[in-house]
Design a protein around this ligand. Structure first.
Ligand code: CMP
Ligand code: MG
Length: 400
């Protein structure tokens, strides 16, 4: 007979020991009924360190740091305990390395403090030299690096170390410049010019993306007016908007404030969003619908890299769809991928969504997307992302 699966409940009678100090830990517990006390031997005496009741969790420390039980647990009353398996707690932590590190540090401190209390006898702990007692392992280095990077990014915002580079988006037939995508760069004191892939994720994971996003709008709209004056024509500015920014209910209000302050209309601003906002539930979509209703242009970014959810395309009258460079690259090499690309452009045309092909580097790639009736293009073949001052050198006044 196969072994019976262990019950998710364990019952203890009043006075019964649940585990002893120093036992290996197999699980944590959630108290469903009754009360539990936590004990430690201090100077030969049994000291109650805590009492827990219904809804509380104990026995979590050994599960989280993999060491033995830091104290004993005993049922004060008849108890029903629900078993929490190690994986339930530990898997959560592994998803968030910084939290994992902080938990390890905190547990180490609790264990050190209780161990010291338990060890102290009549004689004070005198001249023993402090021991360097670190919990940080090589595996924690990435988490530490992220914490360090987070601090540097705070500093970067306060000290204006971010820069915007602008990459032209052109009409594929005439090569006339129609607008620009604003792309963030970081001119770091310590690190030099840092490419966005090093820090964008961290900005997005932290709330920093909100003030940085606000800074981007301010800078990009100032430069859009200067670019319009230089080119002597109407232009749009494309901004990359992250899921996190769309969690901020003031997003549209703030956008309105920034555009108004620069005398810009909503149709001069394009918001590039990825399919990831679909996974964020309804709030981001609602804000985006609000922005769309107010007249901002909405573009799907990186299409063809994620899930490529085709229902998403019908969501709320997207103005444009940006075909990811990897799709273009693949279509150049693989006839089957060329069929996929043709399919996507066909769907976009059918839904009256403008197409932008990004990452165009060669005349052959240009030929391919031109053949698919893609209206707009972006890529090194036309221009690299450039800071404002260099951009106006590359393009003569009044020329696009
Ligand atoms: P664990 O170390 O697995 O087993 C003993 C449990 O007692 C521990 O997890 C915590 O749930 C609890 N515990 C340990 N130290 C304290 C403390 N100082 N205060 C309250 N509870 C504690
Ligand atoms: Mg983009």
């Amino acid at each position: 007979m196969p072994p019976k699966p262990a019950s998710i409940y364990r019952n203890y009678q009043a006075g019964e020991t649940i585990f002893k100090d120093g036992d290996p830990g197999d699980c944590a517990y959630l108290i469903e009924r009754g009360q539990v006390s936590i004990h430690k031997h201090v100077q030969g005496e049994d000291v109650v360190m805590a009492t827990f009741g219904k809804g509380e969790i104990f026995g979590e420390m050994a599960i989280l740091d993999g060491l033995n039980r830091s104290a004993a647990a005993r049922a004060i009353e008849d108890c029903q305990l629900m078993v929490i398996q190690r994986e339930q707690l530990f898997d959560q932590l592994q998803k968030t390395p910084i939290t994992h590190l902080l938990v390890k540090i905190l547990l180490k401190r609790i264990r050190n403090t209780t161990d010291k209390l338990a060890r102290v006898s009549g004689t004070a702990m005198t001249s023993s030299a402090p021991v360097f007692d670190s919990v940080i392992e090589a595996a924690d280095q990435p988490a530490i690096d992220r914490i360090r990077l987070g601090s540097e990014l705070q500093h970067a915002l306060a000290h204006e170390e971010f820069r915007l580079h602008y990459q032209p988006i052109v009409d594929i037939q005439s090569r006339k410049v129609l607008g620009f995508e604003a792309l963030i760069r970081w001119q770091s004191q310590n690190r030099g010019l840092v490419p966005p892939n090093v820090f964008i994720d961290l900005l997005e994971e932290s709330s920093l993306i909100v003030p940085v996003g606000s800074w981007i709008q301010e800078r990009a709209f100032t430069d859009l007016n200067r670019l319009k004056a230089h080119f002597g024509t109407e232009l749009f500015m494309s901004l990359n908007i992250s899921v996190r920014q769309l969690e901020n209910s003031f997003f549209v209000e703030e956008l309105n404030r920034h555009t108004a302050a620069h005398g810009l209309g909503p149709a001069e601003v394009k918001l590039e969003v990825t399919e990831r906002i679909l996974m964020d539930g309804q709030s981001g979509l609602a804000l985006l619908a609000d922005a769309k209703q107010k007249g901002y242009l909405i573009s799907i970014d990186d299409f063809g890299t994620g899930y490529s959810n085709f229902q998403f395309l019908t969501k709320f009258g997207f103005d444009s769809l940006k075909v990811d460079r990897s799709l273009l690259r693949a279509a150049m090499l693989d006839p089957q991928m060329a069929v996929v690309l043709r399919g996507i452009t066909g769907i976009a045309h059918g839904l009256s969504i403008d197409l932008i092909a990004e990452g165009i580097e060669t005349e052959e790639e240009l030929g391919l997307v031109r053949g698919l009736n893609v209206g707009m293009g972006q890529g090194y073949l036309f221009a690299k992302p450039l800071p404002f001052d260099e951009l106006i050198k590359v393009y003569p006044k009044g020329g696009g």
